[in-house]
Design a protein around this ligand. Structure first.
Ligand code: FAD
Length: 130
């Protein structure tokens, strides 16, 4: 059963740091191996991530991500079964906030409460479209 989870968190690392490259490298490698797809929006203040795939793999990956000190104030935005992948072909699509118009406002934790569950994942999929 396909499962999708999205969350928002506050970044504890800098855009140009080696940490960011490390997250990108490890995410691509491990998500590919576990059949996960998704997207990671990032700016200097926050992350917004969507993970989709087998439910057990999504949960195990998110459990590791939750323990990671490179971000904090992690809050699940939506979680549940999904009909189809929004990010087919993307082990992780990285979206740099510097290039996403209104990204910081769109993914700000205080803005998320007014957005219907699943809507943010659809929005980020639109941004991620090639
Ligand atoms: P190990 O590499 O063995 O590390 C052990 C512990 O140290 C873990 O808690 C790890 O989080 C932490 N750690 C690792 N490197 C550092 C460092 N440089 N500084 C401080 N602490 C560190 N992983 C995925 O597999 N898929 C994803 O999609 C994914 N997305 C992520 C998104 C964000 C915003 C962040 C912050 C991390 C993400 N990660 C992702 C990385 C994930 O948190 C784990 O670091 C990674 O999966 C390796 O897990 P591990 O248990 O093998 O950790």
């Amino acid at each position: 059963m396909l499962h999708r989870l999205s969350y928002v968190s506050r970044a504890a690392i800098d855009r140009c740091s080696a940490d960011f490259m490390d997250i990108a490298r490890v995410s691509l490698q491990r998500n590919k191996a576990e059949g996960l797809t998704g997207a990671l929006y990032y700016d200097d203040e926050q992350f917004f991530q969507v993970l989709e795939g087998d439910a057990a793999a999504v949960r195990a990956t998110f459990a590791r991500i939750r323990r990671d000190p490179r971000h904090h104030s992690i809050a699940v935005v939506s979680e549940g079964p999904a009909d189809a992948r929004l990010f087919e072909g993307w082990a992780m699509k990285f979206l740099d906030g510097a290039w996403v118009r209104d990204g910081r406002r769109l993914f700000a934790p205080e803005a998320l409460s007014s957005v219907p569950p699943g809507e943010l994942s659809r929005r980020i999929a639109t941004l991620a479209a090639p």
